[in-house]
Design a protein around this ligand. Structure first.
Ligand SMILES: Cc1cc2nc3c(=O)[nH]c(=O)nc-3n(C[C@H](O)[C@H](O)[C@H](O)COP(=O)(O)O)c2cc1C
Length: 266
């Protein structure tokens, strides 16, 4: 099992130790090929806001740094641990830059079949927001979020250890079980709605998002009979909801476009 840890802490501190704890638990059950990517050690620059990656394609990003090889590293792993301490109620700046630089993947998801574990540590507050945020992002990228753990610093020795250990063990075991599983997870209703919503957007607004439309066409997601990103049974009720919302969205977009072309203001 190849596991990659994207480490958003600028030091080998609490978050690193929590990741090591997960490694030890997983090693009780399986042979691991484990790698840390310390974001602090990489050449990763801030996004410049041109949106070339979204509109034209990631290869048109003017920043030439390690971002694209990081994407490849994630593709080469079976599972990825996204780890960040809480800084000012959110992920660290290092982690946010990493996410910003991969924003286009929200439009062109590519990590289906890959498992993720979300890990955070905090002094006291903000951990649920960080876990929720990281989960939303990597789920949109296509990862199956198999485990989450948020541990708290021990200001008084012994007060948090049992709780932290239990949480790390539960997350490690869930991650390990997901890594062994071959079948893809069943999509939730919201996943189906997102699929249809994005399809309507990139098809109707293909001139605005040419890279997205081309990618979706290449993947076969624009085909009428495509129900989801991967070939997996979709709950027929979710499918019906998705199709209905897609039709509505397309109609609205066409109407907006007609109104704009005829100078009708809303
Ligand atoms: C700049 C900074 C901001 C922080 N902000 C928060 C915060 O908003 N909430 C919180 O509970 N802990 C906060 N902390 C504490 C860290 O989240 C906590 O110590 C964490 O375990 C550090 O992880 P590390 O040792 O891997 O760097 C902050 C720490 C630093 C250095």
């Amino acid at each position: 099992m190849k596991v990659l840890v994207i480490m958003g802490s600028p030091r080998k501190g609490n978050t690193y130790r929590a990741a090591e704890c997960i490694r030890e638990i997983m090693q009780e059950k399986a042979q691991l090929d484990w790698e840390y990517l310390m974001l602090r050690d990489l050449h990763l620059e801030q996004c410049r806001g041109c949106a070339n990656c979204i509109v034209k394609g990631e290869e048109f990003c003017p920043v030439k740094d390690d971002a694209l090889c990081l994407t490849q590293k994630m593709l080469d792993a079976d599972g990825v641990i996204f780890a960040s301490p809480v800084y000012a109620l959110q992920v660290t700046g290092l982690m946010k830059v990493f996410i910003d630089r991969h924003s286009y993947i929200m439009h062109r998801p590519r990590f289906f079949g890959k498992k993720a574990l979300i890990l955070s540590t905090a002094g006291a507050v903000g951990i649920s927001d960080v876990l929720k945020y990281l989960e939303s992002v990597v789920h949109m990228w296509g990862f199956e979020v198999a485990g989450k753990a948020g541990t708290f610093e021990e200001f008084i020795p012994g007060t948090r250890q049992q709780e932290n250990d239990q949480m790390l063990r539960a997350a490690a075991e869930a991650f390990h079980a997901a890594l062994r599983r071959k079948s893809p997870p069943k999509p939730r209703c919201m996943d189906i709605i997102v699929f249809h919503g994005l399809r309507a957007t990139f098809d109707e607004l293909g001139d605005v998002f040419p890279a997205d439309r081309a990618y979706w066409e290449e993947k076969g997601w624009m085909k009428k009979d495509a129900c989801y990103f991967v070939d997996v049974p979709v709950n027929p009720v979710y499918h019906a909801v998705g199709v209905m919302l897609e039709k509505y969205q397309r109609r609205q977009m066409r109407k907006d476009s007609r109104d704009t072309n005829h100078g009708v203001s809303t």
